[in-house]
Design a protein around this ligand. Structure first.
Ligand SMILES: NC(=O)c1ccc[n+]([C@@H]2O[C@H](COP(=O)([O-])OP(=O)(O)OC[C@H]3O[C@@H](n4cnc5c(N)ncnc54)[C@H](O)[C@@H]3O)[C@@H](O)[C@H]2O)c1
Ligand SMILES: O=c1ccn([C@@H]2O[C@H](COP(=O)(O)OP(=O)(O)O[C@H]3O[C@H](CO)[C@@H](O)[C@H](O)[C@H]3O)[C@@H](O)[C@H]2O)c(=O)[nH]1
Length: 430
């Protein structure tokens, strides 16, 4: 099938390379010329395991990129993979989606045959039908349900394992309103589902597909917050948190995944998606008490981490190493990383902060240009008065002699991964 994807960020790039991998012809449309050039030269614009190989293999063949929306004219289906950030009050900001839909609509005016437009971005229920479809109609002069259809296909990939998650998913959710749209969407996913026979196919309505995405993320974020609440109680009672969490994970109704206690959830999705569904709930007069509590617990974990640091070292004037700037291991994405509130608070407290991350330093530098950055964990620790472990990169779990070069070997572990305990003042957050 001929597929166009508007937006070539984390999601657009990954799904383009994977769709090409299962045999489709794919074109990415992005307004960023650098991204387009990078893709066309066979390279990945983002750091994501096993994405480079796929782009290198398919670029110039089944995969290409352009800034020209006319590329969609030769395709059967267009996915909108544009960002949906938060406004200051937590609502979803649709301005990027609206701009993309306008350009897409204007281009669709030139298309003679049927087309399907699928929202891949995370949007609150009714957005596809009540915001995107009317813009497409207005700018194309065409009628939804007659000349073209809209659909919704939420994405569940995680950064750091995006390619594997996309090609071997637990489920594929396809939201549509017409048989024609449902059939075309199935055609897109059939080759993928053949390769991933264990994946469940969920065919549903458009607003249900939109809500499934929020319910999924809200549930996972709340699960981590509940785990952190319980882990905080364990710590106060000097109960071994790991043993408790390992044991509850054996109950198949609870499950062993997403029981990682620590400094909490960040990233480009959980914070903004929980905020968006909370704001959307209030818009219709519902108070989402559980989700409010999940956010409160999450916001408080970095505060608890600094309190623990203060038990062992005064941050004022101290050199503090922050190990991990990415929001999770395996990615260079720093959006809503837990390192951000921690470093803000450390700087407010008068600390001299040195940050280190294996791949995310340059992205973090955009947010904190004046921070001191080390090029290895070893050099970050050298002469430091304390270290905070914020991201669970494997290389931090392997640290050992490096702690001996610290001025004061105080380590507060926000991910419970450091293995060495002797000879250092070690405290885990949970
Ligand atoms: N990042 C993830 O892991 C993830 C996973 C699942 C779902 N999502 C959702 O997918 C959506 C996209 O997220 P992302 O992380 O890929 O965003 P992103 O910011 O990484 O990528 C968006 C891309 O769109 C491009 N763009 C902006 N305006 C444009 C326009 N008018 N026309 C064409 N291109 C334009 C930008 O240059 C950028 O490359 C969001 O709704 C997000 O919530 C993200
Ligand atoms: O047990 C855990 C698991 C995760 N985290 C943290 O939670 C955040 C999110 O992690 P993860 O879910 O692995 O990464 P994302 O790439 O943000 O993926 C989430 O957000 C995506 C965007 O919507 C969805 O597609 C995915 O299904 C959903 O897992 C990170 O800060 C992790 O450190 C924990 O604190 N404990």
């Amino acid at each position: 099938m001929e597929i166009s994807i508007i937006g070539s960020g984390y999601v657009g790039t990954t799904i383009a390379a994977c769709f090409a991998d299962v045999g489709h012809n794919v074109v990415n449309v992005d307004i960023d010329e650098e991204i387009v050039e990078t893709l066309n030269s066979g390279n990945s614009p983002i750091h994501e395991p096993s994405l480079d190989e796929r782009i290198e293999e398919h670029a110039g063949d089944r995969l290409r990129a352009t800034t020209d929306y006319d590329a969609i004219l030769d395709t059967d289906v267009t996915f909108l993979a544009l960002s949906t950030p938060s406004t200051d009050d937590g609502h979803i900001d649709l301005s990027v989606m609206e701009a993309g839909a306008k350009s897409l609509g204007a281009t669709l005016a030139e298309k003679d045959d049927y087309h399907l437009v699928v929202t891949k971005s995370t949007v609150v229920p009714t957005t596809t039908e009540e915001v995107i479809a009317p813009i497409l109609e207005e700018h194309s002069g065409k009628t939804v349900g007659e000349d073209f259809d809209v659909g919704m296909n939420p994405e569940f990939l995680r950064e750091g394992s995006a390619v594997d998650d996309f090609l071997d998913p637990d489920k594929v959710v396809l939201g549509s309103h017409t048989d024609r749209a449902a059939e075309r969407l199935r055609g897109v996913f059939d080759p993928l589902l053949e390769r991933a026979p264990d994946a469940s196919l969920v065919e549903t309505g458009i607003r249900e597909a939109e809500m499934i995405k929020y319910a999924n993320n809200a549930f996972l974020a709340a699960k981590i917050s509940l785990v952190n609440d319980l882990a905080n109680i364990c710590k106060e009672y000097e109960v071994d948190t790991d043993e408790v969490l390992d044991a509850i994970g054996l109950d198949s109704r609870i499950g062993s995944e997403f029981l990682g206690a620590g400094v909490g959830w960040g990233g480009s999705c959980f914070p903004k998606d929980v905020a968006a569904i909370v704001a959307a709930a209030r818009d219709v007069g519902y108070e989402p008490a559980m989700l409010d509590a999940a956010v409160e617990v999450n916001d408080n974990q970095p505060v608890r981490m600094l309190d623990i640091l203060r038990d062992h070292a005064d941050p004022d004037g101290a050199r503090i190493a922050v190990l991990g700037l990415a929001f999770k291991p395996g990615t260079d994405d720093v959006r809503n990383s837990r390192a951000i509130p921690l470093i803000d608070a450390l700087l407010d407290a008068g600390a001299d902060v040195v940050g280190y991350d294996p791949v995310a330093t340059e992205n973090f530098r955009d947010k904190f240009p004046d921070l001191d950055y080390a090029d290895s964990a070893e050099s970050a620790l050298d002469g430091a008065d304390a270290a905070l472990v914020v991201t669970d990169w494997d290389e931090f779990a392997a640290l050992d002699d490096e702690f001996d070069a610290m001025a004061d070997a105080v380590v507060v572990d926000g991910r419970n991964i450091v293995t060495r305990r002797e000879g250092i003042v070690y405290e885990s957050l949970v």
